[in-house]
Design a binder for this molecule. Structure first.
Ligand code: GLY
Length: 627
């Protein structure tokens, strides 16, 4: 029987994107405008099969609006919402609902997100981060013998599931910034969940490699055949339970998720985990929407721009701005700048690759930033910042003192600094694995811009699915966001960690949704962000330096090879750096490793003459669409 997806559309939007191999969204056919019951006019696109690995992306030029997301079907849903006159927030909701279905390993309604919206005059920041249940305490991940669970066991468990925040946050953002009816924004995801979608190569590979997901009965029945092999690439995957849950949320609002059968099923799945049940209860879900989701974005001047990002519980903006600030001090000390004059000949790029000298400085700055992150950063609703302000970590004099610690050789590891008095002495959190996540960048025809990073933490979250109590096949993944807390609450000296588990607290995040503005005029310049666990911080820093300091377009900046350091050895993207650069770093004492470093950056920038230029990461399946 033919796959009902490969219907004979004359020329799909994806056909235009991929067959031509390059080009601009002007080549994209607009969505059909046939008379229909919803305002979105959703048309199921012909679905491409995209290779995994590194696939060159053209970069996309648009004139009115643009949307960038991690999967072509999700991008297309946002595109169709924008065509129908939706705002950037409207489009973000449609994109997110489709991502829940087609990129289930990375984000979804069982997780959380940070969203920033620029409406032409101000930024509204919405915190949809998961919280620890009322029954959780600092010993959540400590076993009877006093030792913490191994990370993989903590992750694949009911213990790691935080109260999902995504839907409640999106409803509040929609009330403030949406134009199209809430229910219409669910049409693409419901349609695709009911009719099925073409399973992508990336999802197939991740299903194959995951060792825990097959143990969840819903996931096993949804994604695998009788021999426990994942369904093949191109398989038409339907998810009736997710369609039913989304329909309920579309029709009744998010109360349908946080109360009643869906909430009860989430509780039952978390508490019914066979080995490591969690503490989450339906009452935790009922309490979640009753809070203030608004946060004050932190806007930080840097050279000719103002960069705006999320405050704690995100560590992302603080770390990025610490690194950029320290780099400026190092460039100034070397007589190279910083400043507009230095920009044209800014040090850093050699033959299109970050130079060994620039990388040395960056990696040292990263160690200093990650040392501060490990000591100071936790949920701002629970943890006092140093000197009563998170911006003390960005104080130019403080960063100058940190830059003085950078010499010509690697410092090995850095110690946290002393940006100001703390009401509590915190210990140093050890490094833990972090992974997963997805990023959405959107600009709409009215000049609104969204930067939203969204996550269920690691691939497929806690490896627990809920069918929302529908009894239908399929469902959605529950996050393992609580492993973004430190598994251990105290350091060896008994000092509490800023990022220890506490009931009602949000785990520290690395998500770094960023909006960029012209420092002098305040005009919007770019929206960018990435998945990638703690490496998000480096991926976003790289894209910002590429676009702003090195004058690359968003695609070129995203393409730059990746590099990371979390205050230990450095990792460089395998096969992307010349041996001479690696050897020069080793000669300065850096411990260099090579790895995949699969970022998933999506960025959109304003073109000088008007219109937009968008880039999507060649390491993942994302695309940009627009008009
Ligand atoms: N779980 C990914 C992050 O919040 O950084």
């Amino acid at each position: 029987m033919p796959n009902p997806f490969f219907l004979p559309f004359s020329l799909s939007r994806f056909g235009a994107l991929f067959a031509a191999g390059t080009v601009a969204l002007a080549a994209c056919a607009p969505a059909e405008t046939a008379d229909r019951s919803t305002g979105v006019g959703y048309e199921v696109p012909v679905q491409p099969e995209i290779a995994t690995g590194y696939q060159e992306k053209p970069g996309w030029t648009t004139s009115e609006f643009a949307v960038a997301a991690a999967n072509p079907l999700a991008t297309d849903a946002g595109y169709q919402v924008l065509v129908a006159g939706g705002t950037a927030v409207d489009a973000a909701i449609a994109v997110q609902m489709v991502l829940t279905l087609v990129e289930p390993q990375s984000s979804g309604i069982g997780g959380g997100a940070f969203l920033m919206n620029w409406d032409g005059s101000e930024i509204a920041a919405y915190d949809g981060r998961e919280v620890a249940p009322a029954g959780a305490d600092e010993n959540l991940f400590i076993r009877a013998d006093g030792s913490p669970y191994p990370f993989s066991e903590a992750r694949a468990s009911g213990l790691s599931v935080g109260v999902p925040g995504l839907l409640a946050m999106l409803e509040v953002a929609h009330a403030a910034h949406g134009r199209l009816p809430w229910a219409d924004l669910f049409t693409p995801a419901i349609t695709l969940a009911e009719q099925g979608f073409s399973l992508s190569p990336r999802l197939n590979l991740i299903l194959e490699e995951d060792t825990d997901l097959r143990r969840d009965p819903i996931a096993r029945a949804l994604y695998y055949d009788e021999d426990l092999n994942p369904h093949p690439v191109g398989y038409n995957l339907r998810n009736p339970a997710l369609a039913a849950v989304l329909r309920q949320v579309a029709d009744e609002g998010v109360q349908a998720f946080y109360h009643g059968a869906i909430a009860e099923d989430i509780e039952a799945r978390v508490q019914g985990h066979p080995e490591r049940p969690g503490t989450l209860r339906a009452s935790d879900l009922a309490a979640y929407p009753e809070q203030d989701f608004g946060r004050d974005a932190i806007c930080t001047p840097w050279r000719d721009w103002t960069l705006c990002g999320f405050p704690p519980p995100s560590s992302g903006h603080l770390a990025v701005m610490q690194m950029l600030g320290i780099l400026d001090h190092l460039e100034a000390a070397a007589g190279e700048g910083p400043g507009p004059d230095a920009r044209a000949g800014a040090p850093g790029l050699e033959d299109g690759i970050p130079s060994a000298e620039w990388l040395h400085r960056y990696l040292e700055a990263a160690k200093l930033a990650f040392a501060d992150r490990a000591r100071f950063v936790g949920d701002g609703l629970f943890v006092d910042p140093p000197a009563r302000s998170w911006e003390s970590l960005l104080d130019p004099d403080y960063l100058a003192s940190r830059a003085e610690l950078v010499g010509s050789r690697s410092m090995g590891t850095a110690r946290a600094g002393n940006p100001g008095a703390l009401s509590t002495a915190f210990g140093l959190q050890p490094t833990q694995p972090e992974a997963g996540t997805s990023h959405i960048s959107i600009v709409d025809a009215d000049g609104n811009a969204v930067s939203m990073t969204t996550t269920i933490e690691s691939g497929f979250g806690a490896r627990i699915m809920s069918d929302g109590g529908t009894g239908l096949p399929g469902g959605f993944h529950l996050n393992n966001e609580l492993t973004d807390f430190s598994l251990t609450p105290r350091d060896a000296d008994g000092l509490p960690l800023a990022n220890r588990v506490e009931a009602g607290k949000r785990p520290r995040s690395s998500m770094t949704p960023t909006l960029v503005f012209d420092r002098e005029t305040g005009a919007f310049v770019a929206t960018v962000g990435s998945p990638g666990g703690a490496a998000i911080i480096h991926y976003v820093a790289k894209a910002l330096v590429g676009m702003l300091a090195w004058d690359l377009n968003a695609q070129e900046a995203i393409n730059l090879p990746n590099f990371t350091n979390s205050n230990g050895p450095s990792t460089l993207e395998a096969g992307r750096f010349p041996d001479a650069v690696i050897e020069a770093l080793r000669a300065r004492g850096h411990e260099i490793r090579e790895g995949d470093l699969t970022s998933g950056l999506q960025g959109i920038q304003v073109l000088p003459g008007g219109g937009f230029f968008g880039g999507a990461d060649p390491r993942r399946e994302g695309v940009v669409m627009g008009r």
